[in-house]
Design a protein around this ligand. Sequence first.
Ligand code: PPS
Length: 570
Amino acid sequence: MAKIIAPHGGELVNCYLDSSLLDAAKNEAQELPSWDLTERQLCDIELILNGGFSPLTGFMGEDDYQAVCKDLKLTDGSVWPIPITLDVSEEFAEKVSKGNGVTLRDPEGVVIAILDIDSKWLADKKLEAEQIFGTTDELHPAVDYLINRSNPVYLGGKLRGVEAPGHYDYKSLRDTPAELRAKFKAKGWTKVVAFQTRNPMHRAHQELTFRAAKNLEANLLIHPVVGMTKPGDIDHYSRVRCYEHLLEEYPEQTTALSLLPLAMRMGGPREAVWHAIIRKNYGCTHFIVGRDHAGPGKDSNGNDFYGPYDAQELLQKYQDEIGIKMMPFEMMVYVEERAEYAPISQVKESETMLNISGTEFRRRLNEGLDIPKWFSYDKVVEELRKTKPARHKQGFAVFFTGLSGSGKSTIANALMIKLLEAGGRATTLLDGDLVRKHLSSELTFSKEHRDINITRIGYVASEIVKNRGIAICAPIAPYTSTRRRVREMISNYGGFVEVYVATPLEECERRDRKGLYALARKGIIKEFTGISDPYEEPTNAEIVIDTTQYTVEEEVQKILLKLESMGYLK
Ligand code: PPS
């Protein structure tokens, strides 16, 4: 039998300094080297400081990190499945060493904590990806983050918390573990089952959470992640409005909503174990784990990264040690004849099962199609329609990539004219040369600077798309991982169409409109794409254009028809 600890019992870490030590620490912080926390580090530190990640008392040192990677355990033997490390640049790492303190600040410069370094090492990221996520495939969002975005050096050590990361949104719905435990105690909730989600909740979710709570005779905590989720997910503002509507569907006094500032890794089985530990820290006794918990989607070969029940199996193994009981759940489907939901295994062969997949639901929203009442609640659908209007009302980006002189700018300009003729949305062209002049004039053509340049373009384009305009981008963008990051940044807000202008190098060089290839061949221009610098050809572009075969007008038509078929033009 699993040992269930009382929801308001169990040791919680609190890394915040006592008020008597605060002033001295704030003075000390001004003298120490400073590191600006990334979005993910800010999520992690909030949960370390407030005890959500108990028993961690800081960012992991190398020994704990190795133990976690190999055995899902900290060196003290407690179960811990995900590395919580502070990744910093090599340049910063050179300035600090074991025994030093580092001031950790939020993006506005507010001092959050002091890290007392007791470990510093160069990460073996490929190995970490393999050990933690079971793959080095960069289509896994956490592997992509690890390999392409996180910094190379890890710092470990205890934290002295100065101030909790600030939030202006939904303050009344944000609880620390201690606050949530106190709330449970005040309400007399001794048995609490938690539900983790990063998506809007519909009737099936209401049914399964309600059933789980009812069967256990437990109270229910809806505990959605509002830190970082999977790129492309619905933003948390819209989701929280949906959850608030959903709360009305449960019996009074039985269910609570609280927001969790976690940065998910989409790590499937290991992530499920992590989620369970966190919920235990937040005072829950039971944790619901369904099919493909925290699944990252498909790999480069189109296969799922993890088996549908791998997460349940792994948590099953560790639940007793953690001190929380897993509630595995089956998929709930709507049974037409009974006009009610039922677990899939309880549906008879003669009955009709109805279900709308996440993909189908998004398609219907995108196309402004009907969403049946049995699937969701009117108020929830209304919220989501406001956030995700039909595609022809959303913004989109057309992102050209290709060698210098491949014809990107010519086609991009012609496309812009056609879109301006059609009207309806504000349209901006972010051409490679123009961006270099107005946004990136200080940058060179090194890999690092090219990445910064493309990320800037992606950022501007994502703002345009967020505001439902059209952004046409035409840089060389030679690196796959940077193009992927731009796609992610923009797909969060609207459409993204990548157009690979695949004019062969020989042809670009033959045309040499700007005379740059000649200079590059002579070595006068260094790091020239295609000559002395790489161009990684896109393999998943929506459109591939061959300018040696078709006219500009024909290419533009191809793009317009693609946009139309995707639903962005009406
Ligand atoms: S990148 O890699 O995407 O940041 O490059 P991008 O900003 O699009 O390049 C803009 C134009 O800079 C000219 N140029 C070079 N291109 C490639 N490599 C080197 N070293 C270089 N130096 C200058 C080139 O004309 C690019 O314009 P396009 O329109 O692509 O010809």
